[in-house]
Design a protein around this ligand. Structure first.
Ligand SMILES: Cc1cc2nc3c(=O)[nH]c(=O)nc-3n(C[C@H](O)[C@H](O)[C@H](O)COP(=O)(O)O)c2cc1C
Length: 325
């Protein structure tokens, strides 16, 4: 498949692995890139900018294909030296960056000067248009189905993607709720030049998380995600475990929820321990509705070839047969 995304990023398949806190390590990013997609290292998973430089070097030892770095600019419990992380990205010679969270404008001059292609992840059409206006090269359009932060508008990709196709000039990537060839073909049909997946890539052999977490997601249905932090207007879609249910219960109590009320339950370190140790109720973890369509744990190579073959079959046979009938 040849699209503006494959051409601009120098990749074989129009499939991107989005930034994932605690999951976007060199093992996964290199496996996705070696399989012909675009892998992504998550900057803030590394404790310092120096560690990020080392992780990028480690990934380069595992692949000679392009890969990206995600820089997520969100409210955090501990302050983050974003400028230093951005500088480390530039110094590393990385040529593709996925930004997310807040407006990436403060970092664009340094990224552009370094010849970096910037993909900004947005959850609304107005933010996508703004990203285009300030000079981002592409946007990733994250629908309400997605894992992580879907924003507060609750608009699904069935609406967001055609809106993006009508209004954007720069290429856009469909993100959220995709995990098979049908999703890929549908996204392309709706005007996207590629897709971005998080949850589906968590459930691959190379994802550096405990087997029990992967298996729980294989066993899950599309009803097994939950929306937390709604009351704080910082909504996150996570896997529906006992901790997520407890957070929702606290948020539904009368009066204003303060972050301090839920902080002990949602600490990032607990999420990391959950991924490492496989204790499924240790903390919270991001997961999208696509869990309902995930029923195996393939290698990234097997996943990508299967998805592309499935999408090609749909486009070449199923759809074109409808026209020739
Ligand atoms: C475990 C996990 C952690 C994530 N962490 C981040 C993050 O740190 N920064 C970010 O921009 N997106 C993050 N995301 C969102 C993904 O990059 C991607 O936009 C999203 O997963 C797409 O939806 P999908 O899961 O339905 O494919 C995360 C997703 C998951 C599943």
């Amino acid at each position: 498949m040849k699209t503006r995304v494959t051409e601009m990023l120098g990749i074989e398949h129009p499939i991107i692995q989005g930034g994932m806190q605690w999951v976007g390590l060199a093992e996964l990013a290199s496996a996705v890139s070696n399989a012909g997609g675009l892998g992504t290292i998550t900057a803030l998973t590394q404790p310092t900018p120096e560690d990020l430089l080392k992780e990028i070097a480690r990934c380069r030892e595992m692949t000679d294909k392009p890969f990206a770095v995600n820089l997520t600019i969100l409210p955090t419990i501990k302050p983050v030296p974003y400028q230093e992380y951005a500088q480390a990205i530039v110094d590393s010679g990385i040529k593709i960056v996925e930004t997310a969270g807040r407006n990436p404008e403060p970092f664009l001059p340094m990224f552009k000067q370094a010849g970096i292609t910037v993909i900004h992840k947005c959850t609304s059409i107005r933010h996508s248009l703004k990203a285009e206006k300030i000079g981002c090269d592409m946007v990733s359009v994250d629908g309400f189905e997605c894992a992580g932060h879907p924003g507060e508008d609750d608009v699904t990709n069935m609406i967001l993607l055609p809106l993006a196709a009508r209004q954007l000039k720069i290429p856009f990537i469909a993100s959220g709720g995709i995990g098979d060839g049908r999703g890929l073909a549908a996204a392309l049909a709706m005007g996207a030049d590629g897709i971005n997946m998080g949850t589906r890539f968590m459930v691959t052999r190379e994802a550096p998380i405990h087997q029990k977490v992967k298996q729980r997601m294989v066993d899950a249905s599309e009803l097994d995600t939950a929306l937390i932090y709604r009351s704080l207007r910082n909504t996150a879609r996570v896997f529906r475990n006992s901790v997520a249910e407890k957070v929702m219960e606290i948020e539904s109590q009368d009066g204003e929820t303060k972050f301090e009320d839920i902080q002990p339950l949602v600490q990032g370190v607990k999420g990391r321990e959950l991924f490492d140790g496989g204790d499924l109720d240790k903390g919270i973890w991001s997961a999208g509705m696509i869990v309902g369509l995930i029923d195996d744990i393939p290698t990234c190579e097997a996943l990508l070839s299967r998805m592309v073959a499935e999408a090609e079959e749909i486009i070449r046979n199923r759809l074109s047969d409808m026209l020739s009938a």
